[in-house]
Write a protein that binds this ligand. Structure first.
Ligand SMILES: Cc1cc2nc3c(=O)[nH]c(=O)nc-3n(C[C@H](O)[C@H](O)[C@H](O)COP(=O)(O)O)c2cc1C
Length: 429
């Protein structure tokens, strides 16, 4: 029987996903963001829960669309997640280690060298979430102009082409390490990479050999037509944010794009945020408690940032009308769905987004959460889910210790890892 897969998605900030959550009495993440012991324990928790891996979403800069109030309530500091992964790696043996690196700001040669070093040091447990930097503030931080949406993807295609050549130019079997002859490397197996493109160039021998898993796994999350073409061309797995009603269409579009690119379908994972309680009412109460902590100004600031609107002048208790973009219409309908068909007020919508930024919620007892995950997995044909945390690490402890065993009993989730590399475990059927 095939297996349902989980990755944990988080950000390296005090709040991870839910605004103001670091100040919740049970939260241990915010105050331990820079504690190596915290990350070691967190990695062991994810292995106990048989997650494929931990995945850090990231942007380089702190967006200047954040109001001071939003920043103050835990949107910063934001350490580079690649510096956190080694601490998780050192405490674990099978967990996949994924982080975001933009095709802006780091040349492809250095990306391959640094990611390749960590991939070798961890025995092939690294994945790279390739992003093209949608935030203008990322470019401003680097002193660069932001190119248009599609040009960023064109640049990224060239970036990836150089990476492929660098990976191919230093195969693992070139490492002969023969003390008798004194040859560490079989240079006949190395190749000089020479690439001169419109946006990127590179001339060098690669500094790192491939790891036990060959190349690092590639993740992507582009959702536009051009973004999906990029994902279908390069990605091993795609992380998607879709309301329940749009999940099956997303899978169909991704499969069509992969067919067009002549590649196997990337494994699709949908972001979901579980709220787990002893009863459904208790689980619902967790949301209420989280929402009560969020200052309405911060919630409006995040909603405005996500939807490209300012809401400072609007009436909080009236439903809002958003019709500018397809994406926001999709999210409006998703939120209308969770509000049982009633149009949500601006206040309700902002607070919903404050806790669950675009991720569908699954609320209930461990049994109810397991049932919904299994149903969505079977109905949509997705490969698995990216689990979005609320209070950390408590929400993931509940998931690992109460939901995962139910799925294991049903025979749809692993009880041990298939191999030691991320590739082996993520692709385990
Ligand atoms: C689930 C998901 C995760 C994402 N994670 C990141 C991220 O960590 N860093 C980032 O810069 N962009 C991230 N993005 C943005 C995408 O990489 C992409 O730049 C953006 O969606 C715009 O491209 P598109 O128009 O093709 O969707 C994410 C998007 C989604 C849907």
């Amino acid at each position: 029987m095939s297996q349902i897969h989980f990755n944990l998605v988080m950000t390296s900030s005090p709040n991870s996903h839910s605004q103001s959550v670091w100040a919740h009495p049970d939260d241990r993440h915010g105050l331990n963001l820079l504690s190596p012991d915290y990350w070691a324990g967190f990695g062991r928790l994810l292995e106990r829960g048989m997650f494929d891996g931990v995945f850090f979403a990231d942007t380089m800069s702190i967006s200047d669309s954040y109001a001071w109030e939003t920043l103050a309530s835990g949107s910063a500091p934001r350490p580079d997640p690649w510096t956190i992964l080694p601490f998780i790696a050192a405490a674990t043996t099978h967990l996949g280690l994924a982080a975001t690196l933009s095709t802006v700001g780091t040349p492809p040669y250095l990306a391959v060298r640094r990611i390749g070093a960590l991939d070798n040091l961890t025995g092939g447990r690294v994945a790279w979430n390739v992003v093209t930097s949608y935030l203008e503030s990322d470019f401003q931080a680097l002193g660069l102009e932001q190119p248009s949406h599609d040009v960023r993807y064109d640049q990224a295609d060239e970036f990836m082409e150089i990476c492929y050549r660098l990976w191919d130019a230093f195969p693992r079997d070139a490492l002969i390490r023969d003390k008798a002859s004194g040859d560490y490397v079989d240079v006949a197996k190395l190749a000089l990479v020479e690439y001169s493109g419109t946006y990127h160039s590179c001339r060098t021998y690669p500094a790192m050999a491939c790891s036990e898993q060959g190349r690092p796994l590639i993740f992507q999350a582009g959702a536009s037509g051009r973004g999906m073409r990029f994902a279908a061309t390069h990605a091993d797995a795609c992380f998607a944010l879709q309301p329940r009603s749009a999940m099956s269409d997303y899978i169909a579009n991704l499969r069509a794009a992969a067919k067009q690119a002549g590649r196997p379908d990337p494994r699709a994972f949908f972001g979901v945020q579980p709220f787990i309680g002893g009863t459904e009412a208790e689980a619902q109460q967790r949301i209420t408690e989280l929402e009560e902590r969020v200052p309405i100004g911060t919630a409006l600031n995040r909603l405005g940032g996500l939807l490209g609107r300012e809401f400072t002048e609007d009436d909080l208790d009236h439903p809002i009308e958003i019709s500018e973009t397809q994406a926001s219409q999709g999210w409006m309908s998703a939120i209308a769905h969770v509000s049982e068909g009633k149009a949500p007020s601006l206040r309700e919508m902002a607070l919903h987004f404050a806790i669950s930024p675009m991720n569908p919620r699954i609320v209930g007892t461990p049994e109810q959460v397991a049932n919904t995950l299994e149903e969505w997995w079977r109905d949509t044909g997705c490969y698995g889910f990216t689990i979005v945390p609320e209070v950390l690490p408590a929400s993931i402890e509940a998931f690992a210790d109460e939901v995962v065993p139910l799925l294991q009993k049903r025979g749809i989730m692993r009880t041990e890892y298939a191999g030691t590399t991320y590739r082996e475990n993520l692709l385990q059927q």
